[in-house]
Design a protein around this ligand. Structure first.
Ligand code: ADP
Ligand code: MG
Length: 433
């Protein structure tokens, strides 16, 4: 039996993998609102999203019922796709890594080939903002052209990781469609959860439970039983952290059909999913966060002006909290990891400096496994290379701290050494003002 990715660690890494899993609610300090936001963002970053067309291709491989569709990157190609698909009505859907496209004008119902071309023209090469993106939206480089279906009812079905129960959980609601977030907020009793114990997998009660939540009978009920088994297999075998079908529709002729699909994969397991990893679309990701991931750093952009470079996620959160306590605002979360070396520190600096809001840089390193002199070397390299024009405040404590402070002092560069963390945070806030 194959277990979900949460049970595994990266091979060759006896320590916990760097990133989201190093952070638990226990790490969040009393004024940790920033920490909570970072935690949410890091968990999000520990996922790789697929586009709808990729997610549907994946689900199709697991026998899930989907409508016929083709992907296009030009209006002409979109029209040709509709012609190839046949039929009289189509939907043209913007492919971006965000939901809420229906509300943001990213899903167009078309009654003619001409309308398909026009809808694709209106979407391709633009940015689409939806309730789930920032106002700047995401770039639309492809559209998915699909046969339009006759919908009787829209349901919500998802499989996700229930971390508390350490198993996969199905979430279902008969009130699916574009307002599911509102339903979950105002009428949470309309959203049911059915846990799947990892040791037994999907037994018939899971499908029956979902049929009862959805009020399914006849052919659709049989399809639901199969879908529960198939979706679970897809989830586990692909190391997913979310498989969501919203809407899963009941068509007018009483059949189930997945009209939308969202799949998020657990980034920590991508090393064993090369085929899926190759489907990544970096164009949909935050540029700085993408560079950070490539350098093996955990980075989250925030809105403030004081950049932080810290080793260890808990220490990074505490550093951000201290900055806030002193009246400043952190510009980012950056964990260079327990095994940081000079090259990583330099990469961290480059990343920090590409954010134009940064007015001061606070380096807070506790030399436990890493040696402070190695970090100091990285700081000096980066400061020389990148022509840092904002004040740098460094608090280096632990192994070889005295040597490190001497190196920074002798460098002739403008780096303020601080011996304790509170002092370092105070100085950073002062100098950024
Ligand atoms: P999003 O979740 O990003 O808003 P969806 O794919 O769920 O995008 O589409 C939004 C709505 O558009 C759906 O709830 C459904 O009502 C309608 N829709 C989507 N695909 C089709 C289709 N193939 N045929 C008919 N209606 C569709
Ligand atoms: Mg949807």
């Amino acid at each position: 039996m194959r277990l979900p990715a949460i049970f595994f660690q990266r091979p060759g890494s006896p320590r916990r993998p760097q990133g989201a899993r190093n952070i638990t609610p226990g790490n969040i300090t009393p004024c940790g609102i920033t920490g909570l936001r970072v935690l949410a963002l890091l968990i999000q970053n520990a996922r790789m999203n697929l586009h709808e067309y990729q997610a549907k291709a994946l689900l199709r491989r697991y026998r899930a019922p989907t409508a016929a569709g083709l992907v296009a990157d030009s209006p002409g190609r979109a029209e040709q796709c509709a012609r190839e698909l046949g039929g009289e009505r189509w939907v043209v859907k913007a492919q971006v890594h965000a939901g809420g496209r229906g509300k943001g004008g990213g899903v167009a119902l078309c009654d003619s080939l001409n309308e398909v071309r026009e809808a694709a023209e209106g979407l391709l090469g633009r940015r689409l903002a939806t309730p789930q993106t920032g106002p700047e939206g995401l770039p639309v480089e492809q559209v998915y052209v699909e046969q339009a279906s006759d919908i009787d009812r829209e349901l919500y079905l998802a499989a996700l990781m229930d971390r508390a129960a350490e198993c996969v959980c199905f979430v279902g609601s008969a009130a699916g469609g574009m307002d599911i977030e509102e339903v979950a907020r105002v009428a949470p009793e309309k959203v049911a959860r059915i846990r799947v114990p990892a040791a037994v997998g999907v037994l018939p009660y899971v499908g029956r439970g979902l049929c009862s939540v959805f009020g399914l009978k006849g052919e659709a009920a049989g399809q639901m039983q199969e879908l529960a088994v198939d979706l679970y297999r897809a989830f586990v075998e692909c190391d997913a952290s979310l498989v969501e079908i919203n809407p899963l529709v009941v068509t007018r002729d009483g059949k189930l059909l997945a009209l939308d699909a969202k799949v998020a994969l657990d980034s920590n397991a991508l090393f064993r999913q090369p085929e899926l990893a190759a489907q990544r679309d970096p164009g949909q990701e935050d540029e700085l966060e993408r560079q950070a991931a490539e350098a093996g750093l955990s980075y989250v952009s925030l809105d403030g002006s004081i950049a932080c470079m810290v080793n260890g996620a808990g220490l990074a959160m505490a550093t951000m909290d201290l900055i806030k306590l002193e009246g400043g605002e952190p510009a980012n979360f950056l964990d260079v990891g327990g095994a940081a070396d000079a090259a990583r520190v330099a990469a961290g600096f480059r990343l920090i400096l590409s954010n134009p809001r940064v007015r001061a840089i606070l380096v807070n390193i506790f030399g436990g496994i890493v040696r402070c002199d190695v970090i100091a070397d990285g700081i000096l390299q980066a400061v020389r290379e990148a022509r840092v024009e904002v004040p740098v405040i460094a608090r280096l404590e632990g192994t070889n701290a005295a040597t490190a402070r001497a190196m920074l002092g002798a460098s002739g560069l403008e780096i303020t050494a601080a011996s304790d963390l509170a002092e370092a945070a105070r100085k950073a806030v002062e100098l950024a003002a």
